[in-house]
Write a protein that binds this ligand. Structure first.
Ligand SMILES: Nc1ncnc2c1ncn2[C@@H]1O[C@H](COP(=O)(O)OP(=O)(O)O)[C@@H](O)[C@H]1O
Ligand SMILES: [Mg+2]
Length: 326
């Protein structure tokens, strides 16, 4: 029994809310009914404020009748162990689910690739072109999947050495240059709204932040058939933050799937019908990177109207004195 328990009056030890149960158990025991289960409760240690779990068992005495023995056992270690075990099990289950999604997602382009390879071998000249195009698409998809997976797994080990001042203004401009041809191909307008030409500084890893903006803009372009994709940068110096929104006029996200979109491998049924196929990893990567940069992300969406992702990042106002955040 731990020191906190030894030599202390049991009424002091029992939790206020549980005292009634304890007294009730004593009464029952005194009346000759043994209390088999014991009463478990959590107790805040007054000195360390850490939780202590205790179990109180009341057993009637044979002699003298009408009295009972109250034993108090400290079970903190057992309970902590049990909670840890439950956490491990939940993690393991998640890992297994993710792993089987991954294997499934890697297998489907491979199966399709093999099928078209067989067809290609037997095909007449006219068909060959078509099969090669499909095989190229499948390989591109697998490539993207492996890239995204690598990105996601690397994020588990944050690299503090590559932190630097990053200019969000020029970073977004870089993304616009790369994504513009895709917008043009689909007949979509891609625009970037910003307060002025000045740089906007945040602390972080430029490659990762580039990935964030790229993922959001390429989602917006992918899930929009007609209209406009707007990237907007706003400064909020009073709140020491930068606001970046990526909005589209696309298919939108149904409210019932909205809670899942940041989970790895989640792709909404409507999104699965859109080509080129996604990997379901983009937003999981975005969310993790934003968290590593002490930022936040939220989303607003209306079905068939459009979607808007909004990011906040801590703004660096004085580039001469600022230190990287831990
Ligand atoms: N701009 C958007 N418009 C509509 N749906 C979106 C948008 N961005 C993300 N989603 C939804 O969130 C899901 C997860 O996004 P993401 O992680 O990037 O995976 P995906 O590879 O499928 O794009 C998508 O499958 C889609 O259902
Ligand atoms: Mg995506």
């Amino acid at each position: 029994m731990a020191e906190a328990t030894v030599g202390t009056n049991f009424l002091t030890l029992s939790h206020r809310a549980k005292r009634f149960d304890v007294e009730n158990a004593i009464q029952q025991a005194n009346a000759g009914r043994s209390h088999k289960q014991g009463i478990e409760y959590q107790w805040q240690d007054a000195l360390t404020a850490s939780p202590i779990w205790r179990k109180i068992t009341v057993a009637p005495m044979r002699w003298p009748k009408g009295q009972s023995i109250v034993s108090i056992q400290e079970i903190t270690d057992q309970i902590t162990h049990q909670i840890q075990l439950e956490n491990y099990e939940a993690e393991l289950l998640e890992l297994k689910t993710n792993f089987s999604s991954l294997v499934h997602d890697l297998r489907s382009p491979l199966t399709s690739f093999k099928l078209y390879l067989d067809l290609l071998q037997k095909a007449k000249t006219g068909k060959k072109e078509k099969y090669l195009t499909i095989m190229h698409q499948e390989i591109m998809h697998m490539n993207k999947l492996v890239d995204d997976l690598l990105a996601l797994s690397r994020l588990e080990i944050p690299d503090v050495h590559s932190l630097a001042l990053v200019d969000i203004m020029s970073l977004v401009q870089e993304v616009v240059v790369v994504e513009q041809p895709i917008a043009n191909d689909k007949g979509l307008t891609l625009r970037f709204l910003f307060p002025n030409e000045e740089p906007v500084w945040v602390w972080g890893q430029s490659r990762q932040l580039l990935r964030v903006v790229t993922n959001l803009v390429s989602n917006a372009l992918r899930y929009t058939a007609v209209g406009t994709v707007t990237i907007q940068l706003k400064l909020e110096p009073e709140q020491n933050r930068v606001e970046l929104t990526v909005s589209d006029t696309g298919i939108g996200i149904a409210p019932e799937v909205l809670p899942f979109i940041f989970e790895p491998f989640f792709r909404s049924p409507r999104a699965q019908a859109v080509t080129p196929k996604g990997t379901g990893l983009g937003l999981a990567i975005v969310k993790r990177i934003i968290a590593l940069h002490n930022g936040s992300i939220d989303v607003f969406s209306e079905l068939n109207q459009g979607t808007s992702f909004r990011i906040f990042l801590p703004l660096v106002r004085d580039t001469a004195v600022s230190q990287p955040s831990p």
